[in-house]
Design a protein around this ligand. Structure first.
Ligand code: URA
Length: 214
């Protein structure tokens, strides 16, 4: 393990520890477990959902219920493995009854997403649903902008429907699948954004470069 990855691991453990014992908002009182997120710290792709539900609250892991099963299928439809991407949520604790996140809860949790973005530094950032989209596009309508990418802060950002939307509205299922199929090409584009001007060779091994397509 390289020194850089050892350091990232230490930073992540410390961050996850703070999230697990967080009392920044009242959700701390009703949660069973907070859900920091999971995935490799050097993931090129990061998904941000809304908030843990009942299953995630019980297990302390993101997207392990029905929406999570569909998310895993979508990631695989894009040709990737779930364990090659990083997955987290806007809120780290479950709102009671799965109600919508409140502005003060989003505000309280915001610093954690900031820290995760600095730590993982993904090339491609995918929001799932309107609460994670709102971080960059507070007034956009998901029905208009889903699947359309933008360059933001040196990475590509793509808003997607939340996978649970397809569970409630079956007609969205194929739309979401088609949107996810665009992701590998967007990742290629996102990699090109980080290539140094003048086309310096990429110093990662081919195996590392192809890591997501195993
Ligand atoms: N929905 C989310 O937004 N996140 C989860 O972790 C599970 C369901």
């Amino acid at each position: 393990m390289s020194l850089a990855s050892t350091e990232a691991g230490t930073v992540a453990s410390e961050l996850y520890g703070r999230i697990r014992s967080c009392t920044r908002c009242l959700l701390a009182k009703s949660r069973t477990h907070s859900v920091p997120g999971e995935g490799p710290l050097d993931a090129e792709v990061m998904f941000i959902g809304e908030a843990p539900g009942m299953n995630e609250d019980r297990e302390g892991r993101p997207f392990v219920g029905a929406a999570g099963k569909f998310l895993t299928e979508l990631i695989e439809a894009a040709g990737w493995q779930r364990d090659a991407v990083y997955i987290t949520n806007v809120l780290k604790c479950r709102p009671p009854g799965n109600r919508d996140p409140l502005p003060n809860e989003i505000e309280a949790c915001n610093g954690y997403i900031e820290e995760q973005l600095r730590l993982i530094d993904p090339l491609l950032l995918v929001s799932l649903g309107r609460y994670s989209m709102a971080r960059y596009f507070p007034n956009a309508r998901i029905s208009k902008v889903h699947g359309q990418h933008r360059e933001i802060e040196g990475r590509l950002f793509v808003p997607m429907y939340h996978p649970a939307a397809a569970l409630h509205q079956g007609s969205l299922r194929q739309t979401i699948i088609e949107d996810f199929k665009k992701l590998p090409a967007l990742l290629e584009q996102a990699r090109a954004l980080r290539q140094p001007v003048g086309g310096e060779p990429d110093e990662r091994s081919p195996a590392e470069q192809m890591r997501l397509f195993d």
